[in-house]
Design a protein around this ligand. Structure first.
Ligand code: DGP
Ligand code: NA
Ligand code: NA
Length: 206
């Protein structure tokens, strides 16, 4: 069986980092081979491109909005062959954010949707998109937003709106406004059948 490409998306504080970890552990417990170091997070901040992104997010540098968009995209392209290779080896890959974040955050700041979509065209296509839904109000209650760029209610509300636009019927939308174990169970209930189906069908060329 091939690996499945599973993408988690959502606004900041929706629990993606925790739940991609929990979900990876659950896959392994179910005997499904998972790529090493999964979940893989975007942006991955340690590559040269990732370091520039990190400097931007922590307010240490300024970048033109379009240059920034292309850097986030490049940061995903850097990993594209590794993703494909893992899938071919039969390993499932869990991603904490992907191209949908790329579009949502840039469009929220006023860049045109069609232009934003171009840079990520041709990346390995996900089999499953899990969208952790948390209102900006509920997110603000979880913990104070930190000091990074975008961690404010105005931006998060704008990002949530674009995610709504991007959402298709294939997305698995999970209500993330509950405790960790409850949210994980919701994710497993909705994603596991799709993961099993993906692994037993050939990957659609992307
Ligand atoms: P995270 O490490 O998941 O908290 O992401 C850091 C911040 O970067 C977060 O506010 C979301 C934002 N972000 C993630 N991916 C992208 C992207 O592709 N483009 C833009 N503009 N922002 C992104
Ligand atoms: Na964040
Ligand atoms: Na994360």
């Amino acid at each position: 069986m091939r690996g499945a490409l599973i993408v988690f998306e959502g606004t900041d504080r929706s629990g993606k980092s925790t739940q991609t970890r929990n979900f990876t552990n659950a896959l392994q417990a179910a005997g499904i081979a998972v790529a090493e170091h999964s979940p893989w997070s975007f942006p991955h901040r340690t590559s040269p491109v990732g370091q520039v992104i990190n400097a931007y997010l922590t307010n240490k540098t300024h970048l033109h909005e379009r240059a920034l968009h292309l850097l986030f995209s490049a940061n995903r392209w850097e990993k594209a062959s590794q993703i494909r290779q893992a899938l071919r080896r039969g390993e499932t890959v869990v991603l904490d954010r992907y191209a949908y974040s790329g579009i949502a955050y840039s469009v929220a700041k006023g860049l045109p949707l069609t232009w934003c979509k171009c840079a990520d065209e041709g990346l390995p296509a996900p089999d499953v998109v899990v969208f952790l839904h948390l209102s900006p109000e509920a997110a603000a209650k979880r913990a104070d937003y930190g000091s990074e760029r975008y961690e404010n209610k105005h931006m998060q509300t704008a990002v949530a709106k674009v995610f709504e636009q991007l959402r298709t019927e294939q997305w698995l939308v999970v209500d993330a406004d509950a405790d960790e174990a409850t949210v994980l169970n919701r994710i497993l209930d909705s994603a596991m059948p799709t993961v099993a189906k993906a692994r037993s069908t050939p990957h659609i060329a992307s």
